[in-house]
Design a protein around this ligand. Sequence first.
Ligand code: SF4
Ligand code: SF4
Length: 500
Amino acid sequence: MKHPETLERERPGDAARPAPSQPPRTSVPETLYEKRKGVYPQKIDGRFRRFKWLVMAITLTIYYCTPFLRWDRGPYAPDQAVLIDLANRRFYMFGIEIWPHEFYFVAGLLIMAGIGLFVVTSAVGRAWCGYSCPQTVWTDLFQHIDRFIDGDRNAQMRLAKAPWGPAKIGKRALKWSIYLLISFATGGAWILYFADAPALLSDFFAGEAAPVAYATVGVLTATTFALGGFMREQVCIYMCPWPRIQSAMLDEKSLIVTYKDWRGEKRGSLKKAKKNPELYGDCIDCNQCVAVCPTGIDIREGSQVGCITCALCIDACDRVMGEIGRPRGLIDYATLEDCKREAAGEEPRPVWKTLLHPRTVIYFTLWAAIGFALLFMLGTRTHTDISAAADRNPPFMRMSDGSIRNAYTVKLRNMEGRPRDMEITLEGLPAAVMWTDDMPREQAASRLVRTVPEDATLPLRIYVVAPADSHEQDVTFHVLALDPQGEEDRATIRFNAPES
Ligand code: SF4
Ligand code: SF4
């Protein structure tokens, strides 16, 4: 993204300042494949770096520690706070228990996560990529390990170029072992979300866990090791679809990390700038913004798909500006609209106006509406459920006395931690009677009562017999819990009959 208008603006001293000409802001690749250039980001401190530390600490703590949190659900349910119990087809999240028939809650959460990304992108650009995307977090972690073992940027570059010898082999072996350890912990933590964490951990190291657990850990260890340890920024630039989607979502009102070229150009060293201040802008071409960039790009070439908006270049440039006594913010979070405004000598808009533009408000309203709807459904859902499926072949049977029989598979769900008696009745066919496989047909009645064990689903095969003159119509199975709460639910289904 360029700022053509901003380059034309006149400021004091601009008359003598040549039009910015370096470096070219776009380039055409000569081949479709570009060999990876090593990226050795330099250590930097600053407000955004500290914020990244904070986000990294929070996200990694949540990821590694959550499976060990306990949540008392009574004797009939697991006490792991967050658990995807595939064997019993349940999802537990603290006080919330999602059954398979309530999958719409999970779908709702996924939709909220997707729209949440839209909200974040619309308000603060690619902040997700810069701070909390797993690829960013693990790459950042591995880059700190690089600095810890190999030293800062220059030492890393020297070591990369150095021939293989005992020192280099030793450092690489140590570094890759730490990568491997972290990758193993990452893969290991993932499977702990699918079973009781302490039990699975002890089974895993005793060699008694299920083969799928070892396979999953193996795959995730390998992918973390490769993606975080070696591929790094290439994942963001070439593999991840999100930067492309985000590019389509960004507009002139979106916050991006941007170099204020109308202020920085023409670049020149501090020495040159001191000699001819009227010729040079604020950028002293120190390359610190490039040196700290975790994806190795030069933000002065304009907004690029490789920029994950981590803002470390802001920290680096602010430090340089502070050292040479020029105003900070040569590289800054700004919208293109504000850049134009600022370049024209106007005040940038207040931050809240930048964050709350109409598109963000619309996305947020949609996100919040889905959230409220899910919360409402969670708050009003009952712990009693019924579902029914009709036999398709044959759809009905004519009995010897002329009556018509339909067969259904009905599932009663008791989502409470105690057994409950439940009454099933049929609405819509007043003369019909029902019986099940576990009772003689002679005892068929318009009302059935069954005890459903705690936290369980009771499947029943129910036969419904209606008089010979019945016709095809909808009927409703009604279930009522026979306890003081008296929860109920209904399932409507077709009753099939011969055409009259
Ligand atoms: S850190 Fe600032 S002054 Fe240095 S090259 Fe980058 S933009 Fe220019
Ligand atoms: S250009 Fe700046 S904001 Fe973009 S990835 Fe590099 S350091 Fe982060």
